[in-house]
Design a protein around this ligand. Structure first.
Ligand SMILES: C[S@@+](CC[C@H](N)C(=O)[O-])C[C@H]1O[C@@H](n2cnc3c(N)ncnc32)[C@H](O)[C@@H]1O
Length: 228
């Protein structure tokens, strides 16, 4: 069985599926088009703690963090990371930093109480690599919330059922997966070792459950040498 032609991260990030200006990049904190609605979690309640910190990966226009800034104390740390950043730049509140970078290579310099990736993984090649790294960026009781489509995980040889295997691995590593919301949740920092080796991305995978074109992420099972 042969799979589709795969591209590397820099080619993926230049592809039309990632540079798609019809994506919904404008979710606010609460209301009809919001993180609260997509995640089903009251994020401000989770952030009701001293010096709260929130990292939003694939943050789009950064509206949710911007709105949270006005409700959080002056020592809060709010970090937005997006490949293209806001298309309509606005002044940032003092507690908020906006970083234009790829989440595939960017690394924070501090842990976070809350890490979100709202409909962002759909455009990332090595989704499992990012999930593993983000899990290690949480504080001890931090919360990671990320939309995830198991059907976007494919075996590099084109064989089926990678999605079931990956959900089982993620659950074994401590993640909860809500299939109805397509939502992964993890509480507390850890360094999961997922037995998937990233091989490349398929930008022609087609629309996912959101209706938007999304990326196929191709892996091979990691073979661990147990001999000796
Ligand atoms: C569907 S939008 C969601 C934006 C925001 N989370 C929201 O819900 O309003 C997906 C975002 O992912 C960003 N993105 C795609 N690939 C990325 C990457 N490799 N690194 C950082 N951001 C990326 C896009 O620029 C876009 O802003």
């Amino acid at each position: 069985m042969t799979g589709p032609e795969l591209v590397d991260t820099s080619e993926l990030e230049r592809s039309s599926v990632v540079a798609n200006n019809t994506m919904n990049r404008e979710r606010g904190l609460a209301g009809v088009n919001s993180y609260t609605r997509e995640l089903g979690v009251d994020l401000l309640t989770h952030l009701a703690r001293p010096a709260p910190s929130w990292l939003d990966l694939c943050s789009g226009e950064g509206r949710a963090l911007r709105e949270a800034a006005s409700a959080l104390p002056a020592d809060a740390v709010l970090t937005a990371v997006d490949l293209v950043g806001p298309l309509v730049p606005l002044p940032t509140p003092p507690t908020m930093e906006e970083i234009t970078a790829s989440v595939s290579t960017w690394t924070p310099t501090r842990p976070y109480d809350l890490i979100t990736c709202v409909h962002g993984l759909h455009y990332v090649g090595d989704q499992l690599g990012l999930l593993g790294r983000a899990a290690s960026w949480l504080t001890g009781d931090g919360l990671l919330l990320a939309h995830f489509d198991p059907e976007s995980i494919r075996w590099a040889d084109g064989g089926g059922e990678a999605g079931r295997a990956v959900v089982a691995e993620l659950r074994a590593a401590g993640f909860a997966y809500d299939a109805r919301r397509h939502l992964l949740t993890l509480r507390g920092a850890r360094r999961p070792a997922l037995a998937f080796t990233y091989m490349g991305a398929d930008p022609t995978a087609g629309p996912n459950y959101t209706g938007q074109p999304a990326v196929g992420s191709h892996y091979t099972p990691t073979v661990t040498d147990t001999a000796g």
